[in-house]
Design a protein around this ligand. Structure first.
Ligand code: FMN
Length: 184
């Protein structure tokens, strides 16, 4: 069987979403999958060659994907300024340049991080990401999935790293199952 290639693109202001993306990558690599991990600020078009599964993750800001003003707010709360330059929302607006017309498109799965104690708040970065992707003709598999942090700066709630690993492994199985997979 050809090893499955997964590209994980993440945005992260305080490092929590990045930590989960790395955990997912380690989990997939342990299953002998090929994994490319890319910070949204440094994504290169060539990373996507032969990609079977694209996983996108971002922190929830103001019930949605971050914007320049919410990233500036995160910087005021202690996040490194260098992380504020580009968000997943910006990258998604130019995704058609990466996956041009007629080229094979990978299936996509999306996740976000959110604060556990306000999980009843509506809206999430992952749901917004899924909507934007569908608007660009991508097939989104599984439900937009949230992982939880204890507070704005983190840390991750206990058990979330393991949950992220399990989620990624499940995605791999879903993609390998092929046409029988369920689309969210
Ligand atoms: C400006 C701003 C707005 C936020 N809005 C929300 C929100 O609407 N809902 C929520 O659950 N968390 C919210 N958060 C908390 C972030 O989700 C949290 O900082 C993030 O999950 C941490 O991930 P990161 O370390 O990868 O940046 C907000 C944080 C900031 C800085």
């Amino acid at each position: 069987m050809t090893p499955m290639k997964t590209v994980i693109v993440f945005e992260s202001m305080f490092g929590n979403t990045e930590r989960l993306a790395r955990e997912m990558g380690d989990g997939l690599a342990a299953e002998r999958g090929q994994v490319v991990l890319a910070d949204v600020r440094h994504v290169r078009a060539e990373d996507f060659a032969g990609c079977d599964l694209l996983v996108l993750g971002a922190p929830t800001h103001a019930f949605s994907l971050s914007r320049p003003n919410t990233r500036a707010d995160a910087v005021r709360q202690g996040a490194p300024e260098s992380r504020a330059a580009v968000g997943l929302r910006d990258w998604l607006t130019s995704i058609d340049d990466v996956f041009g017309a007629g080229s094979a498109r990978p299936v996509v799965a999306v996740f976000d991080t959110r604060v556990e104690k306000v999980q009843h708040w509506p809206g999430s970065a992952a749901r917004k990401t899924a909507r934007m992707l569908r608007g660009h003709g991508f097939e989104v598999i599984d439900h937009p999935t949230s992982f939880y942090v204890e507070d704005v700066r983190g840390p991750l709630v206990a058990g979330e790293r393991e949950r992220a690993r399990d989620w990624a492994r499940r995605l791999m199985t879903t993609v390998r199952t092929g046409p029988e997979r369920k689309t969210a």
